[in-house]
Structures are given as C-alpha cells and as structure tokens.
Write a protein that binds this ligand. Structure first.
Ligand code: SDX
Length: 428
C-alpha cells in the first residue's frame, strides 16, 4: 500500500531510514539522523542558490512555472489585473481576502493619509548627487525611515505592524517620486490625497505649475495594473532577503531596504532597466540575428528572458504586452516595442532558448511602457519596488507569525584548509 514516505538506504552503513513526505517535501532536518558513527554530524542537503529548497510554508502566492500560472491568495493574476485596483490587491496579498467596500475604504484612507514624509527626509535626498541612481536613494531613505519610527521595532505588536504597513505602502511612492524630482532638479511635488494611490504617484512625479494635477486616466490605470502584476511573487530573491533579514527581528523598514537592495540587481528587478539598454543597443530589427548569435555564444544574456520558476511564458508579460497598446494610444508608440516583439519571435523559434525554456518574463515589456510614459530607465526598478512592498510586508508578517520559523542561519559544506599552525611573518 502506497505510503507518504521515502525509504533511504545509506550504503556506507547498510542502514535504512524512512522519512515522511508532507506537502511534496521531506524535512531536510530528518536527514541528520543518517550518520556513519556517533561522531558524525549527520547528512545535510546541499542546494546552492536554493534551486530545490523550500525555505518556508506560505499561503500568499502560488506559481506553476510549467503552466505559467500566477495566483495571489488563490485569485488568478489575469482576473485581478482585469478587475481589481492595486490597493485592493495589496489588501488581498497582506490580509488574505478581498476587502469589502467598507474595508477597502478604511484601508485606502489609512494608506493615503500616510503618504507624507517627515520634512527631514528631504535633507537625505538633497544630499545625493544629481545623477544618483534612484534605487540607491530609495534603499537609503526607506532604511532611514526606521529612525523616524522607532516603535517599529515592536514587531510582535499587531497594531504597530499595521501602522508600519500603512506607512510603508503609503510612503514608498513619495520616496520614489522625491528621488525622481531630485534627479530632475525639480521641486518636490507633495501628495494630493484627493487623488487615487496611483494618480497621486503620477502627481508627485509629473506635477508642474498647475494648481491641481490631473492624471491621464488611461496612464493611471496602466500603472495601477502594472503595480498589481508586481505585488508579490512568492520566494524571489528580494522576498528571500526580506524574510532572512526580518528573521533577525529587525524593524520592517530595514528589512524592506534589504529586499529593495536585492531587487536592485540586474538579474532581478534591475532587469527591466537592462532590457531597455539592450533594445537600444540592438537599435534595429536588422541587428537582432547578430545579437542573438552573441547571446548563444555566451556573450551576454537576453535580458527580460528566462526565469527560475517560469519554464513557460510569464503570465505577467502577456498582460503587460496588452497594456502597451493602451498606453501607446496616449503616449505614441515606442519604436523599441517593434524590436522587442521581433526579438521575442526569433528567440521563441530558436532551439537555444527553447531547450532552456527561456521565455519573456515580467521585465521584458514593462520598461518599454515606462519609457513611453516618460520615466527614465533608472526609475524602472523603483517602479518595481513600490508595488512589491505589499508582497514583502505580507511575507515578512507571515514569517514572523510562523511558529516553525527562527532566525535564518544556513549551514555550509566546509572545504577549506585542514588545521594548521600560525607562521611568524619573518618565516613566510
Ligand atoms: C525577476 O524569482 C522571481 O520571481 C523574480 C521575479 C519577481 O517577480 O520577483 O519574477 C522578477 O527577477 C524576473 C527575472 C529578471 N531577470 C532577467 O530577465 C535577467 C535575464 N535572465 C536571467 O539571468 C535568468 O534567466 C534568471 C536569473 C532570471 C534565472 O536564472 P537561473 O534560474 O539561475 O537560470 P540559469 O542562470 O542557471 O540559466 C540556465 C541556462 C544557462 O545556460 P547553460 O549554462 O545551461 O548553458 O539558461 C541560460 C543560462 O546561460 N540563460 C540565459 C538567460 N537566462 C538563462 N541565456 C540567455 N539569456 C538569458 N536571459
């Protein structure tokens, strides 16, 4: 009769062990009983970059990489992108259920009324060079917020966590917009709480001398959908950083700074900026075959392609591609889209990419839209970090409240030198 267990025979000793299988996994700690003698530490699992390691149990996001499925708390990303707003989605990701009308009104009020920054934060931003990368400014200033809200250290006080959640979701767009305005040498545009979350973000970015900024509704909705698509993505590199740093029981602002720092990397959220640079470097459809040849020769990567989990088309990329047409009706067509579409067509027919199951990911098309909307490339990863804050905070809180979790402290396989004696300087 089939049993949910694994029987392992250690050929070094001839002993057999039965390990229970739960939720499609064994507990790696159960390997420790497999030893050759009393001195033996016991077996470990070795898994560089966690290619096949579940670091936690989570109820937030489900991805089926083979089928290209993404769901937040069971709701398909396609339905949320079609019918929800970002704040509604952030509530779902954080609290597990779609909000009622009353809950959404209360949630929206709390977030919108936490968009203002302490005036001293402007002094940090003013201190950056004019050409400072906005992600560097965002990582620094969100960490600095931990010094303005010392009560955030009370991480097991649910009311404090809720307050910091409102502040983080509310203030990330303001930090991002202030960083953008600084890089443009423009005066800061303060939040307008009569606008939507996303409309206010556009206001703080693009308001000029008009008394009241009026966001273009098509662009406002496009950014809101892009935010929905970026809200969470289970145990990606940035979220792993959030959980790992958060497991030391540091405040959430410092943990978000760590997560944003991880997202900044060109292999992660920084890829959308690299995609634009790649498309501009290719320059025209005619240059694509030569570029693909170089990638296949190992000279660089097709940025915006490939994913650790998706071995099929990233469902977010499909939705983003559809948004592009709506945005271009307002902004005019970005010619780089034609290069991107041709690059995708050629790559998807090429055995190198097919064999490695490399498909466009969320970063392949997002930058083209952002550029058409007037964002400089350096802002692209910032536009990723803002919505991902809801996922980071949700995963952080889930980790804190998970009785199985402790401070993250992996082990290693030591392959270094055997014990040896100190050699005096004059004897080396
Ligand atoms: C995000 O994890 C998440 O969920 C992240 C994210 C989220 O929402 O949080 O989805 C957001 O980070 C999307 C990914 C954005 N990054 C890029 O677009 C950068 C380009 N892509 C890659 O560098 C790569 O695909 C990764 C980093 C995304 C995934 O890397 P893996 O899983 O470690 O795969 P790998 O590097 O081991 O590659 C496997 C093979 C290798 O070839 P071989 O050594 O087998 O010959 O595929 C090749 C790689 O060289 N390969 C690529 C490639 N990506 C992988 N070759 C060319 N171009 C690429 N983009």
């Amino acid at each position: 009769m089939a049993k949910d267990s694994l029987t392992i025979t250690d050929n070094r000793t001839g002993k057999s062990y039965e390990l229970p299988i739960q939720n499609g996994a064994i507990r790696t700690a159960d390997l420790r009983q497999i030893r050759t003698d009393e001195e033996d530490f016991g077996l470990m699992g070795y898994d560089p970059a966690f290619m096949n390691t579940a670091s936690c149990a989570s109820r937030i996001t489900y991805i089926d990489g083979e089928k290209g499925i993404l769901r937040y708390r069971g709701y398909p990303i396609e339905e949320l992108a079609e019918s929800a707003t970002y704040l509604e989605t952030a509530y779902l990701v954080l609290y597990g259920e779609l909000p009622t009308k009353k809950q959404l009104e209360g949630w929206t009020h709390e977030v919108i009324f936490h968009t203002i920054l302490h005036e001293n934060v402007k002094k940090f931003i003013d201190g950056f060079h004019h050409d400072a990368h906005p992600m560097g400014m965002l990582v620094s200033t969100v960490a600095a917020l931990s010094t303005f809200y010392p009560e955030a250290k009370h991480i097991f006080d649910a009311e404090s966590r809720k307050k910091q959640t409102h502040r983080l979701i509310g203030k990330m767009p303001t930090l991002a917009a202030f960083a953008y305005r600084h890089s443009r040498g423009l005066p800061y545009a303060y939040p307008d709480n009569d606008l939507s979350y996303t409309g206010n973000f556009l206001n703080m970015l693009f308001k000029m001398t008009e008394v009241t900024y009026k966001p273009n509704p098509i662009l406002e909705r496009a950014v809101d959908v892009l935010f929905i698509l970026h809200a969470d993505h289970e145990q990606n590199c940035g979220t792993n950083a959030m959980r790992s740093v958060g497991s030391s029981h540091v405040d959430p602002y410092s943990a978000v700074a760590a997560a944003a720092a991880a997202l900044y990397g060109p292999l992660h959220g920084g890829a959308n900026e690299e995609v634009l640079r790649m498309l501009m470097q290719i320059g025209s459809k005619g240059n694509i075959p030569e570029f693909i040849k170089k990638v296949k020769a190992g000279e660089g990567r097709l940025m915006g392609f490939g994913h650790r989990v998706y071995k099929n088309y990233d469902p977010r990329a499909k939705i983003i591609k559809r948004i592009a047409d709506q945005v271009f009706e307002v902004t005019g067509r970005n010619p780089l889209l034609d290069i991107a579409i041709e690059l995708e067509r050629i790559a998807l027919e090429d055995d190198y990419f097919i064999k490695r199951k490399l498909y466009p990911n969320v970063d392949f098309y997002s930058g083209i839209i952002y550029q058409a909307m007037g964002f400089p490339m350096e802002m692209f990863p910032v536009l990723f970090a803002i919505p991902r804050t809801s996922g980071w905070v949700a995963q952080w809180e889930e980790m804190l409240l998970d009785s199985e979790q402790k401070i993250a402290r992996p082990r290693q396989l030591y392959l270094g030198p055997a014990p040896r004696r100190y050699v005096p300087l004059d004897k080396r």
